[in-house]
Design a protein around this ligand. Structure first.
Ligand SMILES: N[C@@H](CCC(=O)N[C@@H](CS[C@H](CC=O)c1ccccc1)C(=O)NCC(=O)O)C(=O)O
Length: 221
């Protein structure tokens, strides 16, 4: 039995949350090592653990993986969350890259300075409702299956549920015009491994509180 993956990041969502979601959906237990101060980051850097001096870093299968997308690709391939063939993987990649673009907005909103928050929010919600969610609503309609690609769970389904929940945190009725996304959310949330991850006490991280933002920034700058 290989050792559990070990995630190195601060105790929050940031760029590591999509990786936590994938591991949880795959039913893979993982450990976490939290960076709490700049010295914790410096230590990882000086012992040569960070290829680009950055986190996320995941110790998995004897590797110290960095770069969120590379880590997510590895986990998705290893745990069969990447479709059944090259064409399904191509669709999954397109959908997931779009989701990463939306996630960049959703993930960073809480970190925006006061003077940028209103404009950032308007753009974030506009892109959510008018660029990204309409695409996935149509994919679900045209594909007509339980999942976005093929007929099995993939990383695309996992990451779409993650961003749906993040979008709802900022705008609770964001799915009002997307009935197929509403049923998708209920269906995927009910998958046992995901249902467990959504329970209180799991390793899923909460939305960052405004008062904690300076503490996170201080670790990295
Ligand atoms: N391409 C890479 C990029 C990885 C990356 O940007 N890592 C950062 C920490 S995460 C960041 C922390 C505050 O800015 C954050 C925290 C919360 C939300 C968004 C970003 C880092 O290590 N910054 C130190 C440095 O760059 O010297 C990847 O996809 O993995």
């Amino acid at each position: 039995m290989s050792a559990k993956p070990k995630l190195h990041y601060f105790n929050g969502r940031g760029r590591m949350e999509p990786i936590r979601w994938l591991l949880a959906a795959a039913g893979v237990e993982f450990e976490e090592s939290y960076l709490e101060k700049k010295e914790d980051l410096t230590k990882l850097r000086t012992d040569g653990s960070l290829l680009f001096q950055q986190v996320p870093m995941v110790e998995i299968d004897g590797m110290k993986m960095v770069q969120t997308r590379a880590i997510a690709n590895y986990i998705s391939t290893k745990y069969n969350l990447y479709g059944k063939d090259l064409k399904e993987r191509a669709l999954i990649d397109m959908y997931v890259e779009g989701m990463f673009d939306l996630n960049e907005l959703l993930m960073t909103h809480g970190y925006q300075p006061a003077e940028k928050k209103e404009e950032h929010y308007a753009n974030m919600i506009d892109k959510t409702e008018n660029r990204y969610f309409p695409v996935f609503e149509k994919v679900l309609k045209d594909h007509g299956k339980d999942f976005l690609v093929g007929n099995q769970l993939s990383r695309a389904d996992v990451q779409l549920l993650e961003i749906i929940l993040m979008a709802e945190e900022w705008k609770p009725n964001v799915l009002a015009k997307f009935p197929l996304l509403q049923s998708f959310k209920a269906r995927i949330s009910n998958i046992p491994t995901i249902k467990k991850f959504l329970q209180p006490g799991s390793q899923r991280k909460p939305l960052i509180r405004e008062e904690d933002v300076p503490k996170v920034i201080k670790i990295f700058y």
